[in-house]
Design a protein around this ligand. Structure first.
Ligand SMILES: Cc1cc2nc3c(=O)[nH]c(=O)nc-3n(C[C@H](O)[C@H](O)[C@H](O)COP(=O)(O)OP(=O)(O)OC[C@H]3O[C@@H](n4cnc5c(N)ncnc54)[C@H](O)[C@@H]3O)c2cc1C
Length: 396
């Protein structure tokens, strides 16, 4: 993200998160337990579990035994839950990874693909066997610290706005839906909801897999190549309060709810404590994440913004004893792709078949990673492939 930001002239707006000795707490029946601290994230560095106060003594004993667990011989995918339990134990899964991964990825960890969501750890096991020794050794080689948490001083939308500006307003159409994409006379035709049709030599589809399948409905043989990637709905409720509404010091980036805690809210970011200038000096900004299960399961999903705010306020009354009404609230809903077991293989098969179709590329969070970094990489890869292709050489 940093190199793209630099290219777009946004380097001066990059803002790191405030340093805190405890980055996040886990909330359970006993209150807040320090969860992500100096040792880094257990997703990037499992050896940090050994000093993680949120992991019980028995859990740590089991983690110490991890180097003795034989590596899995078969290269088949398995669930995140099964991978973590097998290598690091049931307590590490329940007490640390389950709340953490629930906060990051959509979906139930017993259905999520380990290969697609924890690829570096799966690779460490395949290469050397031990997550505790393997990841530690790699870090020593690189002398690497944990990756920084960054934003832009005016918020993440600065990146999309700068991209749009760099392409030129006349070359970008927002608020226009592509309805159908089909072939005609050796070209791709994109039909918009306005009725306008654009003829293109190359197309990059960067929407959810289900939207891709819809748009390709006239090309059933191509449509069938695109696997279903379900998505889970996440509702984000931002609430602004006067400082006086909160008695507890906001001394971390927020907290994650442990198993059985919370009324549907999986995590709460203390946004104004995480990034400076996110709220006026006399106010705080809190962000609650309400995650619904994928597909048709409506359980836990707020039906409307009012209900979402009510859920968030109940949560904050319980966790931070906030009883005052917020000064202002904002509610947004997003879809997060759920990488089910076998995802990486399905996407690899898809990519192999797509090479037979000149000029059609897929990018975005549905395929090779949902972090902003991974999404930018996928867009760059599609752009490079088009730039280097015969199609473009013939057109130039
Ligand atoms: C609440 C939340 C917090 C997150 N926090 C982080 C974080 O801290 N760090 C991090 O790295 N990642 C984070 N992520 C993940 C990351 O932000 C997303 O994975 C990424 O932004 C997805 O980008 P995308 O372009 O693939 O999809 P989207 O941003 O969903 O873009 C897809 C676009 O396609 C458009 N579209 C859909 N159908 C059509 C159509 N038919 N015609 C035209 N346009 C269409 C949509 O309107 C949308 O604008 C977070 C995600 C969420 C939801």
């Amino acid at each position: 993200m940093e190199s793209l930001a630099e290219e777009l002239g946004l380097a001066h707006q990059i803002t790191p998160a405030v340093e805190c000795s405890v980055r996040a707490y886990r909330r359970d029946n006993h209150g807040f337990v320090p969860f992500l601290a100096e040792g880094g994230s257990p997703v990037g560095r499992p050896s940090s579990l050994l000093s993680n106060p949120a992991l019980s003594l028995l859990g740590r004993v089991r983690v110490r035994l991890e180097p003795l667990i034989p590596r899995r011989l078969k290269g088949e995918d398995e669930s995140v839950k099964s991978f973590i339990q097998r290598r690091l134990g049931a307590r590490a899964y329940r007490e640390v990874y389950e709340p953490l991964l629930g906060g990051i990825f959509g979906g139930d960890p017993s259905e999520l693909s380990a290969q697609a969501t924890l690829a570096p750890l799966v690779q460490v096991e395949a290469d050397g066997g031990s997550l505790i020794r393997g990841v530690g050794a790699q870090e020593n080689d690189k002398g690497s610290a944990r990756p920084p948490i960054l934003t832009f001083s005016e918020g993440m939308s600065s990146l999309a706005e700068a991209l749009q500006g760099s392409l030129g307003v006349n070359h970008v159409q927002t608020s226009t839906q592509a309805k159908r994409i089909f072939r005609d006379s050796g070209q791709w035709v994109v039909r918009m909801d306005t009725g306008v049709e654009e003829r293109c030599d190359a197309v990059v589809m960067a929407t959810s897999a289900s939207a891709v399948r819809n748009m390709l409905s006239e090309l059933t043989n191509v449509q069938q190549l695109v696997p279903e990637v379900p998505s889970a709905r996440t509702t984000v409720v931002n609430l602004a309060y006067p400082n006086s509404a909160i008695s507890r010091p906001l001394d971390a980036h927020g907290y994650l709810n442990g198993r059985g805690t919370g009324n549907g809210v999986s995590a709460c970011a203390w946004s104004s404590a995480k990034f400076q200038h996110r709220a006026p000096p006399n106010q705080v900004l809190l962000r609650c994440f309400i995650r619904a299960a994928p597909a048709a399961d409506k359980e836990g999903r707020p039906e409307n913004p009012k209900e979402a705010v009510a859920l968030a306020r109940d949560e904050l009354a319980e966790s931070l004893a906030i009883t005052k009404a917020p000064i202002q609230t904002w509610v947004h809903s997003w879809s997060v792709p759920v990488y089910r077991i076998g995802h990486a293989q399905r996407i690899s098969d898809l990519r192999a078949r797509l090479t037979e179709l000149p000029g059609l590329h897929l990018a975005g969070s549905a395929y090779d990673g949902a972090s902003i970094e991974a999404v930018i990489r996928s867009g760059m890869r599609a752009a490079t492939a088009i730039h280097n292709s015969d199609i473009l050489q013939e057109t130039l």
